[in-house]
Design a protein around this ligand. Structure first.
Ligand SMILES: Nc1ncnc2c1ncn2[C@@H]1O[C@H](COP(=O)(O)OP(=O)(O)O)[C@@H](O)[C@H]1O
Ligand SMILES: [Mg+2]
Length: 229
């Protein structure tokens, strides 16, 4: 079943007189539970595409559909609810709140949603991610790998339908990065979460069910389409 799609999606940035077509007319259909890796050179539009699919940025043209619903018909507060309840995000820079402990960071989306925490689920997450004995620490007292695991736990805390990860292992050394990615992948698979992962690490991308390559804001190659579009 299709969960997320986009049609003729475009994003143009204007800075001064300079116009950049970051995303240049992308059409995609992503199935529920799919693990989709997005690769491509720096500046090819990977982050911009991910942000539009995750409703963090508004398209200049074209549409994004979540479960067949056109997100441009949503009000901004409805999009915020969608992001909080149905989407999870992991970024290269972790983006943890420095004043909060690992546990508080992880619980933040649940609290923002005024939800009851699912204690058993959260315990399973922290155990799988190997951060159970780090929950009372502030981010500054954690290694990069541990901080990224906390960020992964936070992204998964609300049991999202789609997890968007933008170069999540970009700041980690090879071994730590591979471990964090394996956890991300296993946990998503186990929970049936759709995973859209941006990476320029081909070794990582090869582990995905589906690989897309962006070039100049266009899908240059899509393994699900049997190659180029
Ligand atoms: N906020 C912005 N303002 C102006 N240009 C931007 C902005 N964000 C991205 N760009 C430009 O859009 C293009 C695509 O960027 P990005 O999506 O970040 O690519 P990638 O993630 O593949 O490296 C690049 O040329 C980049 O410089
Ligand atoms: Mg990027």
């Amino acid at each position: 079943m299709e969960i997320l799609s986009c049609a003729e999606l475009r994003k143009t940035y204007l800075s001064g007189d300079v116009k950049t077509n970051a995303v240049n007319g992308v059409n995609l259909h992503i199935q529920q539970g799919e693990f989709c890796a997005v690769t491509g050179p720096s500046g090819s539009g990977k982050s911009t595409l991910l942000h539009m699919l995750g409703s963090l940025e508004t398209p200049s043209a074209g549409k994004v559909f979540y479960q067949g619903k056109d997100l441009s018909s949503y009000r901004e507060d409805q999009r915020a609810v969608l992001r909080r309840r149905r989407f999870g995000f992991v970024f290269q820079a972790y983006n943890l709140v420095q004043e909060l402990t690992a546990r508080e960071n992880m619980l933040l989306p649940v609290m923002l949603d005024r939800n009851q925490a699912d204690e058993a689920y959260l315990r399973m997450l922290v155990e799988r991610l190997g951060i159970a004995d780090r929950l009372d620490h502030l981010p500054a007292a954690l290694s990069g790998g541990q901080q990224q695991r906390v960020a992964i736990a936070r992204a998964l805390a609300n049991k999202p339908a789609v997890l968007f990860a933008d170069e999540p292992t970009g700041n980690l050394d090879g071994q730590t990065g591979r471990e964090a990615l394996a956890l991300l992948k296993e946990t998503s698979t186990q929970l049936g979460i759709t995973l859209v992962l941006v990476t320029h690490d081909l070794h990582i991308a090869e582990q995905a069910q589906r690989m897309l390559r962006l070039e100049d804001g266009l899908v240059a190659w899509d393994s699900a389409a049997g190659g180029g579009q």
